[in-house]
Ligand binder design. Sequence first.
Ligand SMILES: [Zn+2]
Length: 237
Amino acid sequence: MSSKQTIQIWDIEVEVTRKRVKNLNIRIYPSAGRVAMSIPRRCSLRTAELFAKKKYKWIKKHLNKRDSTDRQKVHKSRFISGETHNIWGTQMPMRVELIEEKPGVILSEEEILLHTRPGSSREKRESVLNEWYRSELKKRIPVLIKKWEKPMGVNVNEFGVKRMKTRWGTCNIRAKRIWLNLELAKRDPACLEYVVVHEMVHLLERLHSKRFYRLMDHFLPDWRERDLLLKGKRLTC
Ligand SMILES: [Zn+2]
C-alpha cells in the first residue's frame, strides 16, 4: 500500500509517495509537467521537502525540457515562404509559389523557389524539396565517382541516395554499391566528396583499420578538416 501526498517546493508541486524504497527518488515527467517523488516509509515529509529543495534547480531544468521540445515543434520547417533552407552549404531564403504546374524547385542566386500546387500539404512540399535535393546529389555524385575511380583503382557499380538517420554513407563491398545520405545536399560540397571517397576506400579496405586511414590520408589529405566541416557544425532547416 502506498499513500500519496503533495508538497510545494516554491513554484513546483511534488507528489510524494511512501514506498518500500531505501532512498529518496525524484522522477520528472516533462510532457505531463509532473514531478513525483518516492520516499521510504519512515521518512518524514519535512525531510522530503528539504531534499526536493536541494534538487530544485535540477527539477526545474528537466521540467523545462517540455518547453524546449514544444518550441522545436513550432520551429520545425513548414516549407513556406520566408523560411530558410540549405543547399550545398549555403543558407537560402525560400519562396513558395502555388501554381497548377508540375511541382519542383528552381534555384537562383537569391532564393530557393518551390513550386507546388495550391492546397498542397506540408508533407507534399517537404517531399518536393527532398526530391530536388536528391536530384542535386545525383548530378554531382557520378562526377565524383568518375574522378576517383581511376586514381584509386576501384569501380563503383551503382550508387543511391537515401535518408539515413545515423550514417552519412554506406558501402556494399561485394555489390560495389554505395549509398549516400540525402542530407549531404545541404552541406558543403567538400563534405559530399569526403563521404564518397570514404565509401570508395572501403572497396580497398573493409574495416576502419590503420590501413584505411593511411589510404584516406593518401587520397584526401585534408579529410579531417572535411570531417569537422561535416560533423562539427549542425545545420538546421
Ligand atoms: Zn566507413
